[in-house]
Ligand binder design. Structure first.
Ligand SMILES: [Zn+2]
Length: 180
């Protein structure tokens, strides 16, 4: 009888540790590349063009003050104020700084979080990731792979098929309508 109790306590302990551990970790790049739908690379087949490298002075001239704050200084627009939060027209979302095509309207959904949300980028090579430990949180920052501009963060509470939520700033995006 004692052995059974010890075994049960052990199982409960292991389960508890297992449940507590993953929530403390940010998503690794390896996790993300496994989760992102590989079919997304087939759409809009063309490869991403070469990187855009500019000085901060040049970016300041090209971008509006709001765009500069979010894209270059990793700022965040206030929740539910962005122009694409409740925007569901058919088309693509480009990087506001360099025109890199980042997301498609088919992968956009209403997460209710106050920022435009997508479950996958257009293709794996469109975005890059970095661990962000600011504000006492561990998050995964998402940046444009072409110009390095800050877009937002990715979380693991999104819908199928990836289970990811790319929580983006409207300011970092530029919508282009698709003719039907
Ligand atoms: Zn860009």
């Amino acid at each position: 009888m004692t052995k059974i109790i010890i075994a049960l306590v052990f199982i409960a302990g292991v389960t508890l540790i297992w449940r507590l551990t993953p929530s403390e970790q940010s998503l690794s790049e390896a996790d993300l590349s496994l989760l992102i739908n590989p079919d997304s690379t087939k759409q809009n087949g063309e490869m991403m063009e070469e990187k855009v490298i500019r000085t901060e002075e040049e970016w300041k001239k090209i971008l509006t003050p709001e765009e500069y704050y979010v894209l270059r200084q990793k700022g965040t627009e206030r929740a539910s104020t962005g122009k694409y939060d409740k925007h569901f027209k058919k088309g693509v979302y480009k990087c506001a700084a360099c025109d890199n095509v980042l997301f498609e309207s088919d992968t956009k959904y209403d997460s209710g979080c106050g920022w435009p949300s997508f479950f996958t980028p257009l293709a794996k090579d469109r975005v890059i990731y970095e661990e962000d430990r600011s504000y006492g949180m561990v998050r995964t920052e998402v940046m444009c792979a072409k110009c390095g501009g800050h877009l937002g963060h990715v979380f693991d509470d999104g819908p199928e098929p990836t289970g990811l939520r790319y929580c983006m700033n409207s300011v970092s995006l530029k919508f282009e309508k698709k003719e039907e």
